[in-house]
Design a protein around this ligand. Structure first.
Ligand SMILES: [Zn+2]
Length: 634
């Protein structure tokens, strides 16, 4: 399933999909999709319904056990990071200084279990697990103290039950399940065996599982050196002979970590970095050049390969330079890697017997001669329709008109002659209705979203420029004390001296704000930019926080709030002005906290009604509208 397909699912379809794959994975031990695809589904659910119960459900494989075991310390699942920047952002939140020590450990792709007092138990829902002591005869323990048959180890161990990659290759090539078939992968085998009521058949075939203690592989890095150590640590962990789906990063100071407590589902002092990083070799069939906002991007079509449960047909080739460096030709044998949520890409290339160049000389859109402006291949025709459209699409995304995707933008451009954000902001409902597929209600919805997008807090504009290392939190903290114009006027040294920036980010900010000045000025000219820095004359803006499952995306209400002079807040604190709840008598942790702090609580309906008084265009109560955008191909 690709990203576009996931985005086109309605909430109901999405929930059905997740429940289906949960069943496949946990109950039938026959997963149909990769972990990455599953994560994408969950992330989408988090966007659509941040408080959906599926997000907090802790799953465990159905193991055939002999009763429940209550864990002494609850075992919580971990929050996830998908890039080093996200890891650094998390670490930056909790490191008390540059010397704060973090532990870096493999994230095993197995079954969490606890061995204590001769009882082996799964994690279960975190507080009670299943007693699986009857599986002990199959399990070998790998522990800092040594390697033992688990039954002979007298102390405590906590880790993950899995099948070592080398055992899977050798031992499991002959071991068959109850249907007489060999297992597809080690994860299926481990889950399948743990689900057996009787292990005699496995004992006869000398099946072996391993319990790796969490403390066996653990590296340390200070906060100050984490970024520079990262690649080496990842490489070390990737070499370990276990099925893994990422890396766990945690604070070493356990007392401090515990003092940070947990969110409802995750301990704050730990995070998981996801990767899969599996490589396969295949043949390069063709290369297509697709348009980006500044250059043409090569996309390779390959002989399909399976990587961690997903069939891959297209992989990224990044840019022209990459093709020249690797000397990539059509017909070559290529090694493809898929890691984390990154688009699969070509790692290396061996010449094939019949080779054909994959370069093109003329623009597929306007026919102009292309320019090799390394590292990129560019169409420099200022009127090139495709290039202009891609630039506009990037601007639309940056400004946060989330529902306006490429297909409709394309229609706007051909049918309505839309060329710039200004043109989009000037569209009327009647204009939008001229586009294929729009009815009055859906046109009204898009119109309203466009109008709401006109009001943008400066930090959102900065965060949306996709400058390396500048996410919403850093952008907020930067713009609290300086305006965007002030930042743009600073040199690298001045930028580097700001809190939380440092030399690396300073270079990126300086470069991007300078190189993209025209683009940014154009954006600012047609929006209502809200400055975060107080000029002293205005009182602080009221803050609003949302809780509960609402009919629209959270970002929709946050934009609405911003358009009406509120700042959106992520959590409930004593300084919060209003908590808006999806239902009457909300019982979420946010609602309880608001009540205990005496923060004003309002239902969504009432809050929307208060906005009505301020602005004509907000008079509809959106909660009664169907989801008009599903099926539009966004
Ligand atoms: Zn062109």
């Amino acid at each position: 399933m690709n990203t576009e397909e996931i985005l086109s699912l309605s909430l109901e379809q999405l929930v059905q999909q997740i429940e289906y794959h949960n069943r496949k994975y946990w109950e039938e031990a026959e997963p149909e999709i990769s972990d990455d695809d599953y994560d994408q589904l969950m992330r989408r659910l988090e966007e659509l319904a941040p408080e959906h119960p599926l997000l907090t459900a802790v799953h465990a494989p159905t193991v055939a056990g002999s009763g429940k075991v209550i864990h002494k310390e609850p075992m919580l699942s971990l929050d996830k990071a998908y890039s080093l920047d996200e890891v650094m952002e998390w670490a930056g939140k909790f490191a008390r200084n540059q010397e704060e020590i973090f532990l870096i450990q493999p994230k095993y792709d197995g079954i969490s279990a606890n061995w204590q007092g001769g009882v082996l138990a799964t994690r279960g829902d975190g507080e009670t697990g299943e007693d699986i002591t009857d599986k002990v005869p199959l399990i070998e323990l790998e522990h800092p103290a040594g390697i033992f048959p688990l039954s002979e180890y007298r102390s405590k161990a906590r880790g993950e039950i899995l099948i070592r990659s080398d055992d899977f290759r050798t031992l499991y090539s002959k071991i068959v399940n109850k249907n007489g078939k060999t297992y597809k992968n080690s994860r299926n085998a481990a889950a399948g065996i743990m689900g057996l009521k009787d292990i005699t058949m496995m004992q006869l075939q000398h099946a072996k599982l391993t319990l790796v203690d969490y403390s066996l592989y653990s590296w340390e890095s200070s906060f100050g050196t984490l970024r520079s150590n990262w690649d080496t640590l990842v490489a070390k962990i990737e070499e370990l002979p276990y099925p893994m789906d990422g890396i766990v990063i945690k604070l070493k100071d356990q007392e401090y970590s515990r003092s940070l407590g947990s969110t409802a589902h995750h301990p704050r002092g730990q995070i998981a970095f996801k990767f899969s990083g599996v490589r396969r070799t295949t043949t390069l069939l063709n290369v297509e050049w697709s348009f980006g906002k500044t250059a043409l991007t090569p996309v390779a079509e390959i002989e399909p390969v399976e990587i961690s449960g997903t069939t891959i047909r297209h992989v990224s080739l990044h840019n022209l330079q990459n093709i020249l460096d690797k000397d990539v030709h059509i017909g070559d044998t290529v090694t493809v890697e898929r890691a984390g949520d990154v688009i699969p890409y070509i790692v290396s290339c061996e010449p094939g017997t019949e080779r054909k160049s994959c370069l093109i000389s003329h623009c597929p859109s306007c026919g102009s001669e292309l320019v090799q402006d390394l590292p990129e291949l560019r169409c420099v025709n200022p009127e090139c329709p495709e290039t202009l459209l891609m630039r506009l699409l990037a601007a639309v995304r940056n400004i946060g008109i989330e529902r306006l995707g490429e297909p409709n933008l394309r229609r706007m451009s051909t049918v309505l002659g839309v060329k710039s954000l200004k043109d989009i902001f000037n569209l009327t409902v009647a204009d939008i209705m001229k586009l294929d597929g729009f009815q009055e209600l859906s046109a009204n919805n898009l119109y309203r979203e466009i109008q709401n997008a006109k009001t943008v807090p400066d930090w959102q504009l900065l965060a949306s420029l996709n400058i390396k290392g500048i996410g919403p939190n850093i952008a907020k903290s930067l713009l609290k004390d300086h305006t965007l114009q002030e930042l743009a006027a600073m040199n690298q040294e001045q930028l580097a001296s700001l809190e939380g920036i440092g030399p690396e980010r300073a270079v990126a900010i300086e470069l991007e704000l300078r190189e993209r000045k025209d683009e940014i000025d154009e954006l600012i000219s047609c929006i209502n930019l809200q400055q975060s820095k107080s000029d002293g004359s205005q009182p602080a803006r009221p803050t609003v926080c949302f809780t509960g499952k609402m009919p629209e995306k959270r970002s929709y209400y946050e934009k609405l709030a911003a358009a009406h002079g509120y700042d959106a807040a992520d959590s409930v604190t004593s300084t919060l002005s209003i908590l808006v709840t999806a239902e009457d008598n909300a019982t979420s942790s946010k609602a309880k906290k608001a009540a205990s702090l005496g923060v004003k609580v309002m239902t969504l309906k009432n809050w929307l009604a208060t906005l009505e008084g301020n602005k004509e265009e907000q008079t509809q109560n959106h909660s009664d509208e169907p989801d008009l955008f599903s099926g539009f191909g966004f």
